[in-house]
Design a protein around this ligand. Sequence first.
Ligand SMILES: Cc1cc2nc3c(=O)[nH]c(=O)nc-3n(C[C@H](O)[C@H](O)[C@H](O)COP(=O)(O)O)c2cc1C
Length: 442
Amino acid sequence: MTSERVSGWRRRAYNIAALRAEARRVLPRAVFDFVDGGAGDEHTLRENVSAFDAVPLYPRPIGGAESRDLSTTLLGHPLSLPLIVPPTGLAGLLWPEGEAASARATAAAGSIYCLSHGSVFSMEALAQTGAAPRWMQTYIYRDRGLTRETAARAAEAGYEGLIVTIDTQLLGNRERDIRNGFVIPPRLSAGEVARMAFKLGWLWRMRNAIPDITFGNYRRPGSGEDLTALAQRMLTLTDPGMQWRDIADLRAAWKGPLLLKGVLHPADAAEAVANGVDGVMVSNHGGRQLDGVASAFEALPAVADAVAGRAAVILDGGIRRGVHIVKALASGADCCTIGRAQLWGLAVGGEAGVAHAFDILRRELDLAMGLCGLADVAAIGPEVLARPPRAAPPPPEAPASGNGAGEGAGDSVERVPETGGPAGPEPTRYGDWERKGRAIDF
Ligand SMILES: Cc1cc2nc3c(=O)[nH]c(=O)nc-3n(C[C@H](O)[C@H](O)[C@H](O)COP(=O)(O)O)c2cc1C
């Protein structure tokens, strides 16, 4: 890529929404939609972002600082700003060696990279790049031995934290993927091929990487399993019948920070703490799982109240602006994540693109803090927000147990216009998509 081209996208991607527009320009439609889309009618996806707009800031500019300190600490890790990268599967579909590019940029930005279970790089291969700190994401599998084995592999490979995602035991209804016939490995429809004339940069960059797209953490050396078979096997692995005792078991097995991702209900947050979890990620999986659930920002205050400082609270979902970070921290979060914002950067400029996403948000956060008179992250508190009274969910009960015996108690995200793509009269290929291994969350 020439420096002229690099400066071109940098100039155009002046905020996260513009970075998204660039990603949309460079990626094949099905790949862009896989990243961008949500479940069902995408109501929760939109709400994740728009919920921030309902809560205005009340700045007190006098008493601020000439320069702001954005740094903080999360579960013992120093961060240069209160942002980390959550697990996002198949990043290697956006850029060659995508996970490594993103992990390097994240480390350079002074943050933590969380590797997805569904990454192209295996956890061992990413560890070999030396990018750190790294956390690993896993599930409660039907085969609890596989859960323990994954945790043991992550510890052996030097991952410091372990994230258990609890909202993807069944795959959400991703209708854009259905419409596009999105499969792994990618198969391009006739319409997609015709549109490829505008995606030559991606095609050229990925020409050697596409044949190597795989689920690195699940590939069994020498099994001869092709990617479709692998994706089908992955579909059967997670356990919708998991229980709190499974979290307690993992807590006993994993020595480092353990985080639960996909918590929206304060009672679950309290139960997580009772089971020894070190951090809860307030999340609806970026609106990709159950459409109609609360936005992460809406759910945040009650979860933070339930946790009451006994664990870290991470707001996961909808961060597109520096002010979103201020509002999340003022509502009880210790830190936020950037899922799609990081991926859009990756799609546009690889490592430099992820760095660019961090730069945009760092600049916006600094400006927001400066204009609010907030000298450092610790100064961001509820008094800077006017939260409307909220209808709280049922109050947390006293946790049933502390030992796992409980019973399981510029613009925001614009919608991709529904015209001009493969929608409309083209029949959905749902059966085909199911058979070929829609898989797993990516
Ligand atoms: C393309 C893509 C892949 C994802 N893959 C995973 C995954 O493998 N495991 C997981 O726990 N979350 C996964 N997520 C969810 C993210 O970790 C995160 O919850 C979400 O992106 C946050 O919302 P945001 O995109 O608005 O920042 C994925 C999200 C996207 C967009």
